[in-house]
Design a protein around this ligand. Structure first.
Ligand SMILES: [Zn+2]
Ligand SMILES: [Zn+2]
Length: 352
């Protein structure tokens, strides 16, 4: 097999040729036809997590280079271990990458994405920036039927992350405003998912006029340009009253600071973005307002299955994406780094 690996932080990925893995036990080997490129890949490539109050190098939490990144993986099963179940060679499948230990309370509750010993593909296990990936069990593979494989690949992270955040916001009546901060890839996924769920009052906030235009095209009902000092006021005006539900796909010091004062009593901010930062929260207002700050990271295996079903129902519009050959991965990462990408880049095997 071949793969593109990070040997040094922020250095170009190097192509490596090695033996194609053979599955043992319940393992399944998938030949990767498509793999989406995510901002988290860039973070891991740079090798530093911005935790708001400190910078954490990835090796200090046990992530060792060389790393094979890539966690939005779709491909065809090429080999199965002797105890593998649920899939056969030749099946085309989307891979759930947020693998847990399978034993802990979170995993038993179906929340492998919150496992303390989690070993996600493309982070703690080799991911999709290569020709093949080893998946430990067939239950992590999802049949996407006739869905566009490049688009379906993006459901594993950007789609799932938006979907899980929206599930945490529910129940919200279709006419009640949901404010989403950030009209990048995640925000656009959020818009099309809310629309597919029948939502009729989507308000999108972003610093870029261009991105707000794209948000309207994707189905947002109102937009707020988040420049200047009065963003909170502009959000409350756009909604017509203080807001019960804000999903923050940026989630840095600025967006948290203008979102928090916009909350109505009972209001919630679902904090999703990983751009780093921090806010100071008045404890009295949390209690008095009955407020909630809810963190959300990726989503569960069941949520990914549900999202794929939603897509199969035909209600879910496509987010903008482009496919590029896998071998141009360094160029693609450079463009994502510069922010020169509308929607998602999906790496594609040349023969796919
Ligand atoms: Zn991701
Ligand atoms: Zn676990």
């Amino acid at each position: 097999m071949r793969s593109w690996k990070v040997f040094e932080a922020s250095e170009v990925l190097k192509e490596v040729e090695e033996a194609t893995p053979q599955p043992t036990g319940s393992e399944v080997v998938v030949s990767v036809s498509h793999c989406g490129l995510c901002h988290s890949d860039l973070t891991l490539w740079k090798g530093i997590f911005d935790m708001g109050d400190r910078q954490v190098p990835i090796d200090s939490i046990g992530l060792q280079r060389p790393l094979t990144l890539g966690h939005e993986i779709l491909g065809t099963v090429t080999a199965v271990g002797p105890e593998a179940t649920g899939v056969e060679v030749g099946d085309r499948r989307l891979v759930y990458p947020w693998l847990g230990c399978g034993e802990c309370d979170a995993c038993r509750a179906g929340q492998e994405n919150l496992c303390m010993q989690g070993r996600p593909l493309g982070m703690r296990r080799p991911g999709g920036f290569g020709s093949h990936v080893v998946v430990p069990h067939g239950r992590y593979l999802i049949d996407t039927g006739d869905l566009d494989p490049a688009l379906a690949a993006t459901y594993a992270c950007s789609g799932l992350t938006a979907y899980s955040a929206i599930r945490k916001a529910m129940p919200v009546r279709p006419e009640e405003a949901i404010v989403m901060v950030g009209a990048g890839g995640l925000g656009l996924s959020g818009i099309v998912i809310l629309k597919a769920l029948g939502h009729e009052n989507i308000v999108v906030v972003d610093v870029s006029e261009d991105k707000l235009k794209t948000a309207i095209q994707a189905g947002a009902h109102k937009t707020v340009l988040s420049t200047g000092d009065d963003v909170t006021k502009k959000i409350v005006e756009a909604v017509g009253r203080p807001v019960r539900t804000i999903i923050d796909f940026v989630n840095n010091s600025q967006t948290a600071a203008f979102s928090f004062p916009a909350l109505a009593r009972g209001g919630r901010i679902i904090m999703v973005g990983m751009f780093g930062g921090q806010i100071t929260v008045p404890t009295m207002r949390m209690a008095q307002g009955g407020l909630s700050l809810i963190g959300s990271i990726t989503g569960t295996l069941q949520e990914l299955r549900d999202l794929v079903e939603l897509a199969k129902s035909g209600k879910l519009d496509a987010i903008p994406y482009e496919t590029v050959p896998k071998a141009s991965i360094n160029d693609a990462m450079g463009r994502l780094l510069k922010g020169a990408v509308k929607g998602r880049i999906v790496l594609q095997e040349e023969t796919a």
